[in-house]
Design a protein around this ligand. Structure first.
Ligand code: ATP
Length: 316
């Protein structure tokens, strides 16, 4: 489905790689998934976020045909997936929960167990993934000596090894140091730009902030919001620092307008929800002739936006 030079044609970019419709799953009396609906488009990186126990791993296991469900339709690349239909999984790579590690095999021997293709293709794939995941220093050492992060990288490498069309990663940043997190982000973004689709779970939204373009919020057994990361960042409260030549007058002017200042005596900080609110704050200062030296956006509170959305919407 890729165009020349690995670049996606526009219509490919709009294609749906994974579709989950009305998925239900109960463990005994525990109704975990109660009508889950979402899609992941070709070449997109979707973050599946939700509180502990929301059912993220359960969705991933259902998508991989690892557990029976109580209803719903899952299709990958247009092909149906279920506990007895696995054909679509030929082009899917996954790491769910913990990587399966054989202590007396080296990392390279693990990869050799899973790699497909001719002899030269196998070698090229293994060389590529060892290099991409920066595992050259220990790939020929037995896995019994690996740290948690080294095992995690090997598990991710196994998922990426055969360059699948869809990659499913459950909490992939677990145990990775900041350098490894950044490297993994770079690898995922590069693969996605070549057309690979990703479904990645986390309960820490900020971890996926620099990575995902699509956000799937799971709560109460349903996807309460499917949105873009950009829209999510725009939707929330943003904190601004306003630098002025007369902070005392500025505080008084903002308070007169009913704008609440954050409790930091050393600088003027306001939490605002829209561009209009920022304009209003700046106008209040200009009206009393307070000179504004600069305005910095401190952060967007993604976790806060996520919690607000979940509290507002609940399960449908
Ligand atoms: N095999 C099982 N048998 C019984 N209950 C299960 C089983 N697997 C999961 N559950 C239950 O299903 C619910 C969802 O679990 P799941 O692991 O999918 O959540 P999660 O969103 O991945 O959580 P976390 O963020 O903590 O990893 C939990 O209540 C869990 O106890």
């Amino acid at each position: 489905m890729r165009g020349l030079g690995g670049r996606l044609r526009k219509e490919d970019n709009m294609a749906v790689e994974l579709s989950v419709k009305n998925l239900h799953k109960a463990f005994g009396k525990n109704q975990v998934l109660n009508g889950v609906d979402f899609t992941v488009e070709t070449g997109h990186i979707a973050a599946l976020v939700g509180p502990n126990g929301a059912g993220k791993s359960t969705i991933m296991k259902a998508v991989l045909g690892l557990i029976p469900t109580n209803g719903g339709d899952i299709t990958i690349h247009g092909k149906k997936v279920g506990i007895t239909s696995h054909q679509a999984l030929d082009e899917v790579g996954a790491l769910i929960e913990y990587p399966g590690i054989y202590p007396f095999l080296t990392g390279r021997q693990h990869l050799a167990l899973f790699v497909t293709g001719t002899k030269s293709q196998k070698k090229a794939k293994i060389d590529w993934v060892v290099n991409a995941m920066q595992m050259g220093g220990y790939i020929d050492t037995k896995a019994k000596s690996y740290s948690l992060g080294m095992k995690q990288k090997l598990g991710i490498a196994q998922a990426l090894l055969n360059r699948p069309k869809l990659v499913i990663l459950d909490e992939p940043m677990n145990g990775l140091d900041p350098q490894a997190v950044k490297n993994l982000r770079d690898v995922i973004v590069q693969l996605a730009s070549g057309g690979t689709s990703f479904l990645i779970s986390s309960h820490i939204l900020s971890e996926l902030e620099k990575l995902a373009d699509t956000v799937l919020m799971l709560n109460g057994g349903q996807i309460v919001e499917q949105t873009t990361m950009t829209a999510l960042k725009d939707a929330g409260t943003k904190v601004f620092t306003i630098h002025t030549v007369d902070d005392q007058a500025a505080r008084a002017a903002l308070s007169n307008q009913g704008i609440t200042l954050l409790p930091d005596a050393t600088k003027i900080q306001v939490a605002l929800t829209s561009q209009d609110a920022l304009d209003q704050a700046l106008r209040a200062l200009i009206n009393v002739n307070v000179t504004i030296v600069g305005v910095d956006q401190v952060k967007h509170d993604l976790e806060g936006t996520f919690l607000d959305m979940i509290n507002q919407k609940g399960a449908k």
